[in-house]
Design a binder for this molecule. Structure first.
Ligand code: PM9
Length: 460
C-alpha cells in the first residue's frame, strides 16, 4: 500500500466543550484587568487556549471509564498498584512515589539529594525545577549545547548536553558537589527540543565514570522518543515504546509531570531505581503530598494516569500530536514569522526578540507580544523570556536569557486544524502590524516564579 502523505488524528470526537467568542473591546478590558499577564486572564475570556499543554489534554473514553474505577481508600488503593505497574512496564523504573504534579516530585528529590553548596548541571533550566534546586541550597549550571540558545539554528538535537561544558563543571566543583545531572526530554525552555540517544549514552558513560546520577525530567519523554525515531540514524524502525524505555534505562530516576505526555489533567510522580533514595523519598512524601500510595492524588486520578501512560507511547497518537504542532509551525514559517527552529514537540515558539526588535528586553517584548495576540483574536499564549527567567537569588539581578519567546502551546487531542488556521492568521496579522506595538513595564513582582503572577502596564 502506498504510504499516505496526509495524516489525521487517531480518534473521533464524542463530546464537545463550547467556547465563548469575544469582541476586541471585551478583550482589551480583560487584558487590562489581568495586568497584561495571560496567566491572570479568566479562561472563559479566552477563545483558543494555547497557554500550556499542561493538564489541558482531552482524556480518552478509556481514561474516563478508568475514573469510575477509582478505589478511594486512604491506603493501598488498587489504582496505585495499576500506576506502579504502568510506570515499571512503560518506563522501566523500579520504585514509584506518586505526587500531585511534577513540582511535587521536584521538591522531594531536591530535598533528598541536594546539600547546601551543591551544583546541578542540566540541559537548560526549567522554572520550577531550578527553583526547587535553589531552595534546597543548590545552584543550577546550564550545560546545554550553544545551538539551543540560537532560535535560528536548525540543529536537530538542541536538547543535547555539551560534554565539554559538563566535564568543565565536574572538574571545577568535583563530583562530590554534584548530586546529579538534571536531564530533560524534551527541553521546554529551548522550544521543545529533543536530546539524541547518542548524546544521552555518552553523558551516561561520563557521569558513571564519576559516580554521578542522572535525574531525568521525563515530562515529555515520548515526544522526545518520536524525534529520535524521525531524526536519529539507526532508530527509524524502533517503536516509541521501546525508545522511551531505552531513554529511561540510561538514567537513575525521574520526575514526571503527568499533565503533559501522560494525558491527564492532574498528577505526577517521582520514579527511582535506588532503594535508599526511594526509601527517603517515600518517607518525605507523607510530609508534603500525602501517603505514599496516593501522594496527593485521588484513586481515579491514578487510574487515568496509568491508562494515559500507555496511550502516550502509541506511534499514531504521537504522529498526529507532533504533526499538528508542525502544521501550525510551517504556516508561520511560510508567512515569514520568526520562530524557533526546528519546530518543537509541544508548541511553536515565536521569536519575540526579533519580531519586536524595537522593544528592549527590559520592556518585555515576549510579554508584550503575548498580550497583543490575545487582544487581536482571543488566542492565549505564554511568555518564555526575561519574565520567566526571573532573578539570580544571590545577586538579585535579572537573568537576561538569549531566548525571548512566546510559546503557542498545543494541548493534546483538543483543537482541530481549523483552530490552528485561526491562530496562524492572528499571529501573522500581529506580525504585520508589529512596528506599532509598544512595550510594557512591570508594576508588581512576586518573589518566586514571577511569570505566574506579575502585573504590567503599557509604556506611555
Ligand atoms: N510545565 C508548562 O506550561 C506548567 C506550568 S509553567 C511552570 O510548560 C517541565 C519540563 C515542565 C513542567 C511544567 C514541570 C512542572 C516540570 N518540568 O506543572 O508541576 O514543563 O506538573 O510540572 C508547564 P508541574
Amino acid at each position: 500500500m502506498k504510504t499516505r502523505k496526509s495524516w489525521a488524528e487517531p480518534f473521533k470526537i464524542k463530546m464537545v466543550e463550547l467556547i465563548k467568542m469575544t469582541t476586541p473591546k471585551q478583550r482589551l478590558k480583560a487584558i487590562r484587568e489581568a495586568g497584561y499577564n495571560t496567566f491572570l486572564l479568566k479562561s472563559e475570556d479566552v477563545y483558543i487556549d494555547l497557554l500550556t499543554d499542561s493538564g489541558t489534554s482531552a482524556m480518552s473514553d478509556q481514561q474516563w471509564a478508568g475514573m469510575m474505577l477509582g478505589d478511594e481508600a486512604y491506603a493501598g488503593s488498587r489504582n496505585f498498584y495499576h500506576l506502579e505497574k504502568a510506570v515499571q512496564e512503560t518506563y522501566g523504573y523500579k520504585y514509584l512515589v506518586p505526587t500531585h504534579q511534577g513540582r511535587g516530585a521536584e521538591h522531594i528529590i531536591s530535598k533528598v539529594l541536594i546539600k547546601k553548596g551543591d551544583v546541578i548541571p542540566g540541559n537548560m533550566y526549567f522554572t520550577t525545577t531550578r527553583l526547587h534546586q535553589e531552595l534546597a541550597g543548590g545552584t543550577f549550571v546550564d550545560v546545554i549545547v550553544d545551538e539551543a540558545h540560537d532560535p535560528q539554528s536548525d540543529f536537530p538535537f538542541k536538547g543535547n548536553i555539551d560534554l565539554q561544558k559538563l566535564e568543565d563543571v565536574i572538574k571545577k566543583y568535583g563530583p562530590k558537589r554534584i548530586p546529579y545531572v538534571s536531564m530533560a526530554t524534551t527541553v521546554n525552555m529551548a522550544g521543545g527540543q529533543p536530546i539524541s540517544m547518542e548524546n544521552l549514552k555518552t553523558v551516561r558513560q561520563l557521569t558513571q565514570k564519576h559516580n554521578i546520577r542522572i535525574i531525568h525530567d521525563m515530562t515529555r519523554v515520548a515526544e522526545n522518543a518520536y524525534f529520535i525515531k524521525e531524526r536519529e540514524k539507526g532508530y527509524r524502525n524502533r517503536s516509541i515504546a521501546s525508545l522511551v524505555k531505552e531513554i529511561c534505562s540510561y538514567t537513575d530516576g525521574a520526575t514526571m509531570s503527568a499533565k503533559k505526555d501522560a494525558l491527564v489533567n492532574i498528577g505526577g510522580f517521582l520514579a527511582l531505581n535506588d532503594w535508599n533514595t526511594f526509601e527517603e523519598a517515600r518517607n518525605m512524601v507523607v510530609i508534603y503530598e500525602g501517603l505514599h500510595t496516593y501522594g496527593g492524588l485521588a484513586g481515579r486520578d491514578m487510574e487515568a494516569m496509568s491508562i494515559g501512560i500507555r496511550e502516550s507511547v502509541d506511534y499514531d497518537h504521537m504522529h498526529a500530536r507532533i504533526g499538528q504542532v508542525l502544521y501550525l509551525g510551517d504556516k508561520l514559517v511560510e508567512a515569514g514569522v520568526p520562530v524557533v527552529h526546528p519546530i518543537g514537540s509541544h508548541g511553536v515558539f515565536l521569536d519575540a526578540r526579533t519580531i519586536l526588535d524595537h522593544i528592549p528586553q527590559d520592556n518585555y517584548p515576549a510579554q508584550t507580544l503575548a498580550a497583543e495576540l490575545y487582544i487581536n483574536s482571543g488566542v492565549r499564549s505564554m511568555e518564555r523570556g526575561i519574565v520567566s527567567a526571573g532573578r539570580n537569588p544571590k545577586t538579585g539581578k535579572n537573568y537576561y536569557p538569549k531566548l525571548e519567546l512566546v510559546r503557542l502551546t498545543i494541548p493534546r487531542r483538543v483543537y482541530t486544524q481549523a483552530h490552528m488556521d485561526v491562530v496562524a492568521e492572528s499571529v501573522i496579522e500581529v506580525f504585520e502590524n508589529r512596528k506599532k506595538i509598544k512595550g510594557l513595564r512591570m508594576i508588581y513582582e512576586p518573589r518566586y516564579l514571577r511569570f505566574f503572577q506579575a502585573r504590567f502596564a503599557p509604556l506611555k
